[in-house]
Design a protein around this ligand. Structure first.
Ligand SMILES: Nc1ncnc2c1ncn2[C@@H]1O[C@H](COP(=O)(O)OP(=O)(O)O)[C@@H](O)[C@H]1O
Ligand SMILES: [Mg+2]
Length: 260
């Protein structure tokens, strides 16, 4: 893995706050390789969502550069699928129609659209509920639907912001395994934000730990564990060692050096 799929180069971002500027991100530099799975953890407010939102093209760029395939981000695009914690489904559309909706902008025939939607629905295990409305689905099923909508567009990059944060532990583990299966089959590049240290280690090639005030990269930790990740790996001493290192980096951060 050496080609840079996503590259953050000295990215800073401020928001106007009363009569000063609030620095949400300061000099963030990070390269994510093609087909790499990177998770991002850090205290609330350290700028995780801001960083990902800028890569998605949903938040105005600050200073520095964000490149996808070597090109600066200029707004959202079909090369990047974005999944948030809130399912953001259209309540009046069925699962199938919700998944097809994401393909409306692609220049493909209705048959092709239907076929791609069906494959994505099958992949996330929602085939039996394709014609159900969101209100009849559990939280986990709604999130599968949102994931299917992103998959259907077949983006090379998946940007996921605490996608499993609102789900119960069992559903969460199931969706983690399903996500890893599709990632290893289709080898997309994934940037996945979570506040769950176990989840961060279980999924990733590398865990990026961020710190707040100002938002910045605190530490990058390699997860040198094989795929497929299994329960045996999750319960292994090596997993525990890495989890402890990530935990320590998140919850016992050294304070930022005082501004000169
Ligand atoms: N649109 C905005 N206007 C002002 N402040 C913002 C805005 N978006 C985010 N922030 C601030 O920037 C910081 C980082 O936010 P965010 O990226 O959502 O953090 P995280 O996702 O790590 O919890 C927070 O302190 C937040 O209040
Ligand atoms: Mg956030």
């Amino acid at each position: 893995m050496n080609s840079k799929k996503i590259s953050f180069q000295g990215v800073s971002k401020s928001f106007p706050l009363k009569d000063t500027d609030f620095v949400a991100l300061s000099e963030v530099s990070l390269d994510i390789a093609d087909r790499e799975f990177v998770t991002v953890v850090g205290p609330s407010g350290c700028g995780k969502s801001t960083l990902m939102g800028m890569a998605a093209g949903l938040i105005d760029p600050g200073t520095g550069q964000i490149l996808i395939d070597g090109r600066p981000v200029a707004g959202p695009g079909p090369d990047r699928g974005v999944i948030f914690q809130q399912y953001a489904l259209f309540p009046w559309l069925t699962v199938r129609k919700n998944v097809e909706f994401g393909l409306k902008l692609s220049a493909i025939s209705p048959e092709e659209r239907r076929g791609r939607a069906q494959r994505a629905i099958d992949l996330v295990g929602l085939a039996d509920f394709a014609d159900a409305l969101p209100k009849t689905l559990s939280g986990g099923m709604k999130q599968r639907c949102a994931i299917a909508r992103a998959y259907a567009v077949n983006p090379e990059v998946l940007l996921m912001d605490e996608p499993f944060g609102a789900l119960d532990a069992l559903t969460r583990v199931q969706l983690q395994d399903q996500l890893l299966r599709t990632w290893s089959q289709e080898r997309r590049t994934v940037m996945f934000i979570t506040h769950d240290v176990d989840e961060a280690v279980y999924l990733a090639n590398r865990v990026v730990v961020m710190a707040a005030r100002p938002g910045r990269i605190y530490k990058v930790i390699d997860v040198d564990l094989p795929y497929p990740r299994t329960e045996e790996i999750r319960l292994s001493p090596e997993f525990g060692r890495i989890r402890n290192e990530v935990w320590h980096s998140v919850y016992h951060q050294a304070p930022a050096a005082p501004a000169a």
